[in-house]
Design a protein around this ligand. Sequence first.
Ligand code: BTN
Length: 246
Amino acid sequence: MIGDRTIFFDIIDSTNKYLKDNWIDLPSETVVWARKQINGIGRKGNLWVSEKGGLWFSVLFKPSKRTKNPGYYIKMYSLTLYDLFKKYKLKTTIKWPNDLLINNKKICGIMAENIYKNSFPVAVIVGVGINVNNDVEKYNFDYKATSLKNEINKEIKLTKLLNEINHIAYNKYYLKYMKEHAVSILTKKWIKRLNLKKGDLVNIYNKEENYYNVKILDLTENFIQVIDQNENIMKIYNGNIEKINL
Ligand code: BTN
């Protein structure tokens, strides 16, 4: 079960880095968590501010019969956290492609990557950072952030939260949907929870090109298909999407 082996640090550079350096000697489903990270890593190499009070952890998976595709691990943890926050009566939005928002503010970041041996993926490392009791107001992020404490007006014990997450991820998703024949069900569940749906009119902002006033034709595992006003059909793999409210 996830977390049967748990390694705790008071301070570490990054729990993801710890697993990258030590994955060979550790069993699958090992969890590494730290009270504070001094060099937390976010997606696209961004620094992830990880002060005391937040829940910063990474999980190692070395599956033999299950998928090693990192995209599914991000989906699995997005759904897990969606369910977890629901227990606290909070409505989470999964903002495409993979941000978790509460009241339009980011509460959590999830990333996943493979470890390769002779060019073959042999393990997956998932990193999860959740603003729980930490103070997010004092930082100038380039997005709006919130914490669980802000949203429910009380502090939550980090050990309790981590146990709940391990339990939901393992029993509700990992055992059931991470085998190759079942991952499409996981994707469907994730699409159902996304902030976008077929037929939505959106503006898309990404590094390469921006797309204005396009309509979503389809949502898939790793891209969305859109059509513009000149009937050009395009696949979009990432970017910031804003819904156009008519
Ligand atoms: C994101 O950029 O949205 C993903 C952030 C993931 C941060 C977590 S915190 C625990 C783990 N250790 C790291 O260094 N990063 C991840």
